[in-house]
Design a protein around this ligand. Structure first.
Ligand code: TTP
Ligand code: MG
Length: 352
């Protein structure tokens, strides 16, 4: 039980509800409001009307005439996504971002139980970001992803080894990642509807009919998936930012946020044995102007106090005439320490 898959619930629609609380309890559809637009997603209320992602807007408007159609605000969704990922990176550097609202975590090196970590992620995202996320916990990526989809929204599902293959048997073949519409249609023509039906097919048959995909299916439905969690190569920066609950003008108040961020950034650098040379403070004013100010040092730093010192210096140099609605801190110009392997190994020994 070392892999967690997290996937935000009705992500774009949930962000709309977060920013515009008057939408709560109503069917919310993001995109598709214009003449030729397409639905990006719909909240769970709108889904009851049959509205779903990639549906032409005109169709959604017929199915759900009372729907609240919202324009797509990609920049805002990216911003919220960053906040969510910053929570994930606090847990482990072994995070594989799959999309704007989805990631795998490898928590095998953690002292904490994977299910407890998943619970922590859920409550942390709820408290800090205000959104619900579904999480799946299992011993490989395929099963963790299947689990996160198990009881959406706000789901938490654990799939253990001894549940395999029984728990998979009743599932329709489409639930198996990799089986799309076309493959499902071909299987249906052969009278194969569920995983149970699939389990009866010999490996050779699946291979000759579907090629490599057939082999993958054969393994996955038996709970075999050796794919590693691939940490996105070369992280260019470490940062944290937050949209403030109420706009803030006092520098001392803003510094408190900066100091908290510095602490978690420093921890992240420490964990990965990375040093940074550039510190950036980002802020957005109440009139929605976004600015960032950086300072590049002669030397590399990692320590929390050093980051704070530079960040405070930057903040002191900023003239603040109006309240801030967002504050952020990041470090970049990174350098990986050569002793990474050794110190990582050291940490492992200390744990035992
Ligand atoms: P998903 O995670 O597939 O969907 P979702 O988060 O809206 O709903 P849930 O996970 O609860 O089933 O996609 C994440 C976001 O990506 C989604 O909110 C909108 C966007 N998206 C598109 O723009 N077009 C698409 O066709 C899909 C599937 C998603
Ligand atoms: Mg999602």
């Amino acid at each position: 039980m070392n892999i967690i898959h997290v996937d935000m619930d009705a992500f774009f629609a949930a962000v709309e509800e977060l920013d515009f609380p008057q939408l709560k309890g109503k069917p919310v559809i993001v995109g598709g409001g214009e003449e030729r637009g397409v639905v990006t997603t719909a909240n769970y209320i709108a889904r009851k009307y049959g509205v779903h992602s990639a549906m032409p807007g005109f169709r959604a408007r017929i199915l759900c005439p009372n729907g609240c159609f919202r324009p797509v605000r990609h920049e805002r969704y990216r911003e919220v996504s960053k906040e969510i990922f910053s929570i994930l990176y606090q847990i482990t550097p072994l995070v594989e971002p799959v999309s704007i609202d989805e990631a795998y975590l490898d928590v095998s090196k953690s002292n904490e139980d994977a299910v407890e970590i998943a619970k922590f992620i859920k409550s942390s995202v709820r408290e800090n970001v205000g959104l619900t996320v579904s999480a799946g916990v299992s011993y490989n990526k395929f099963l963790a992803k299947l689990a996160s989809d198990w009881n959406k929204p706000d789901g938490l599902k654990i799939i253990t080894k001894d549940q395999i293959p029984d728990i998979l048997k009743p599932l329709p073949v489409r639930k198996i990642h990799g089986i799309g519409k076309k493959t499902a249609a071909r299987l249906k023509n052969k009278g194969i509807f569920t995983v149970d039906d699939l389990l009866k097919l010999p490996k050779e048959y699946l291979f000759t009919t579907f090629g490599r995909l057939g082999l993958e299916i054969y393994e996955k439905i038996r709970g075999i998936d050796d794919r590693k969690v691939e940490v996105s190569r070369e992280r260019k920066s470490y940062g944290r930012e937050t949209t403030l609950e109420i706009d803030v003008i006092a520098k001392d108040e803003l510094k408190k946020y900066i100091h908290t961020f510095a602490e978690s950034i420093s921890q992240g650098l420490n964990k990965n044995d990375i040093h940074a040379k550039t510190v950036t403070v980002k802020y957005r004013t109440s009139s929605f102007e976004t600015h960032s100010k950086s300072k590049t040092l002669e030397r590399y730093i990692q320590n929390c106090d050093e980051i704070i010192e530079v960040a405070d210096g930057i903040l002191n140099g900023i003239e603040i005439n109006e309240p801030m609605r967002l504050i952020g801190l990041s470090v970049s110009n990174l350098k990986e320490s050569n002793i990474y392997q050794m110190s990582f190994f050291d940490k492992e020994i200390k744990k035992q």
